[in-house]
Design a protein around this ligand. Structure first.
Ligand code: SF4
Length: 632
């Protein structure tokens, strides 16, 4: 422990005193300035963990909330004898906290003791041994990569940062890999990754996805005699807490992929000596699956910007889903009745895995057909055409699995409230009796930042000319934010013609954590991407210009679509009620990337049209308070 105490009550007092010592003595000795907003927030975190509260902590730009929550988290983990989970919205944020030269290592050096913090990343950040084997001697795998694959223990993407998305797709784990069927299960690198973080003493730096995957399956896994995904923990702190709803819903949802069903059918077709009735059921499932997925693909609403595609549900889609559901039920029944026969042809573990997959598919179709989307959200995942059904309202699940457990649960973000009103967030979470705190930015933003807007509607060509000119004038040192990866590629194509005297880093050309580190280190570099609106910290001269290429309006994402429909039902304008506030929130987060310290300075340039547009007020409200607005 960083301090001594003799009782639970004394722990609370000593924690508060220690926090005071750290912020008023230890950090200033190392050149850190005391920020009253940071100290206040740190005391709020301490109060929340000691009194096991659900707490919403809104901390404005530059408050330094990371150090503020880390102190309470470390002390509470040691006090309780169980690690505290810090759940992050992105891998970049996980790296920023627990990567080499991350915030935790910095804090550890400042405090003079070791902090045991390990990352529990999304499984997609690790290689899958089977995929590596399948990729074999492909030209895509360079000699350097082969050497890395041979020697890596956990196969973590951040260990080979220059790898592109295209190559990673060939070797990284993804949802299409059915681990239940895999002969390497229990021995592969993904398991080694879990074994690495399981004995963590202080902090588990998890992704939101993996946190909810654990939360929703924890009790079932324990009942089945399996280890939960995360070890037992004493508290959870959601960094970027405003972003939990999508991963929470997805992890509570069900997914059906045609590829998975086809694999089952192919395997079952090979069973020797099966009865005729079994063979007919397999044919019926195959027909029903083809019919359902064909109908599904004809009912998706195209959207270039969203990975999730909404559906136009009609009677035909519901009928094909119903038939598919019925035939899968018959197949499952037949498999269970004739299990002994099939067991002669297929290993028992495989049959059980198939049964599990079929049961999940049945559950998804049942929820879809029965609910007709009244309390579920269906969508098609653009990346693999899989069908998803997720609950519309996860607040009850959150209450049952998290809030009622009596652990300290903290949500922190720069954007939890609308001008101090937390009601929207509280309603969405369904949390009762949450305590709240809010602090603004300690920076002198009026002096440190300036904003430029364009006066008239920009043609694409105008916008591009301005972009090149701005980057040249600023000598790089810029973060360019777009609204889609497609747009990143389009900018690259246009920018190829211009020989710029600094490095341009592209989001789709490297691992995100690596790109952010490189952007920080190569002072004149430019970073262009669509997923850097939040969660990255680049202080100093490496970022003196933030260019908003497009305003971040939400896409046709089904989760947003549902909110739009709900707003419409209540007689509200969905653009004003959902789209503009969503855009404003994301823009506010994006603007927050520019000024990270009291020494930082720079310009925010919005190249998208603002003046005279219906969203002008929202855009201006999202800009840092007090900054002067100029025109290009
Ligand atoms: S268990 Fe899963 S992650 Fe591991 S090798 Fe098999 S498919 Fe890949």
């Amino acid at each position: 422990m960083p301090f001594e105490y003799n009782s639970k009550e004394e722990f609370k007092v000593k924690l508060t005193e220690w926090i005071g010592d750290v912020f008023y003595d230890i950090l200033p000795e190392h050149g850190y300035e005391v920020r009253e907003e940071q100290v206040y927030t740190a005391y709020q975190f301490a109060d929340a963990v000691c009194n096991k509260k659900v707490h919403l902590a809104e901390a404005g730009l530059g408050t330094g909330k990371t150090f503020a929550y880390l102190l309470s988290a470390i002390a509470y983990a040691r006090f309780s004898g169980k690690p505290v989970v810090i759940a992050c919205a992105t891998t970049a944020l996980q790296e920023q906290l627990a990567g080499c030269e991350g915030d935790i290592l910095t804090l550890s050096r400042l405090l003079g003791f070791e902090i045991d913090a390990r990352m529990a990343k999304d499984p997609r950040q690790y290689i899958c041994d089977v995929k590596v084997e399948d990729t074999g001697e492909s030209d895509l795998i360079s000699t350097e990569m082969k050497q890395w694959i041979n020697k890596t223990k956990r196969g973590e993407r951040s260990e080979i940062p220059t790898i592109s998305d295209r190559v990673w797709k060939r070797i990284g784990w993804d949802e299409s890999m059915v681990c239940e069927l895999c002969s390497s299960r229990g021995f592969c690198k993904l398991v080694k990754a879990r074994e690495h973080y399981r004995p963590t003493k202080d902090l588990i730096i998890a992704g939101h996805e993996i946190f909810f995957q654990d939360l929703w399956t924890r009790e079932e896994r324990i009942a089945d005699g399996k280890l939960p995904i995360l070890p037992s923990y004493s508290a959870v702190i959601f960094d970027e807490g405003h972003k939990i709803m999508l991963p929470a819903a997805m992890q509570a949802g069900e997914q059906i992929s045609k590829e998975e069903i086809d694999t089952i059918i192919l395997s079952l077709e090979d069973i020797q000596g099966a009865r005729d009735s079994f063979a007919s059921i397999i044919v019926a499932v195959e027909d029903a699956s083809n019919e359902f997925f064909t109908c599904l693909s004809s009912r998706v609403i195209p959207d270039e910007r969203s990975e999730r595609l909404s559906l136009r549900i009609n009677d035909t889609l519901l009928r094909t889903a119903s038939t598919f559901h019925k035939t899968l039920g018959e197949l499952l029944f037949e498999m269970q009745v004739e299990q002994e026969l099939y067991n002669e042809s297929l290993p028992m573990s495989l049959i059980q895995a198939y049964e599990g997959q079929i049961e999940r598919a049945i559950r998804a179709l049942n929820r879809f057909v029965r609910n007709k989307s009244t309390d579920i959200i269906p969508w098609v995942d653009k990346r693999d055409d899989s069908f998803w059904v997720v609950p519309k309202n996860i607040s009850e699940m959150l209450d049952q699995h998290l809030f009622r457990k009596g652990l300290p649960v903290i949500f922190t973000s720069a954007t939890l409230s609308n001008e101090g009103d937390f009601n929207y967030f509280i309603r969405t979470l369904g949390v009762k009796n949450a305590s709240k705190s809010t602090v603004g930015s300690p920076f002198d933003l009026e002096k440190q930042a300036v904003v430029y807007l364009t006066q008239s509607t920009n043609s694409r060509e105008d916008r591009f000319t301005k972009l090149v000119s701005l980057l040249s004038q600023n000598g790089g040192r810029a973060l360019v934010l777009t609204n889609s990866m497609e747009e990143v590629r389009k900018i690259r194509k246009s920018l190829e013609k211009y020989p710029l005297p600094f490095e341009v880093l592209w989001e789709d050309k490297g691992e995100r954590g690596y790109l952010v580190r490189k952007f920080r280190e190569e002072e004149t570099s430019v970073l262009i991407g669509t997923n850097f609106w939040e969660g990255i910290d680049v202080p100093g001269e490496a970022l003196t210009m933030l260019i908003v290429w497009q305003l971040p309006f939400p896409s046709l994402d089904p989760i947003i679509e549902v909110q739009r429909i709900e707003a419409k039902k209540q007689g509200l304008d969905p653009a004003i009620t959902i789209d503009y506030p969503e855009m404003g929130l994301k823009l506010k987060q994006g603007c927050g990337r520019l000024i990270r310290t009291e020494e930082d300075h720079g310009a925010i340039v919005i190249l998208d049209s603002v003046i005279g547009e219906p969203w002008e007020k929202v855009v201006k409200g999202a800009l840092p308070i007090g900054v002067s607005i100029n025109f290009l």
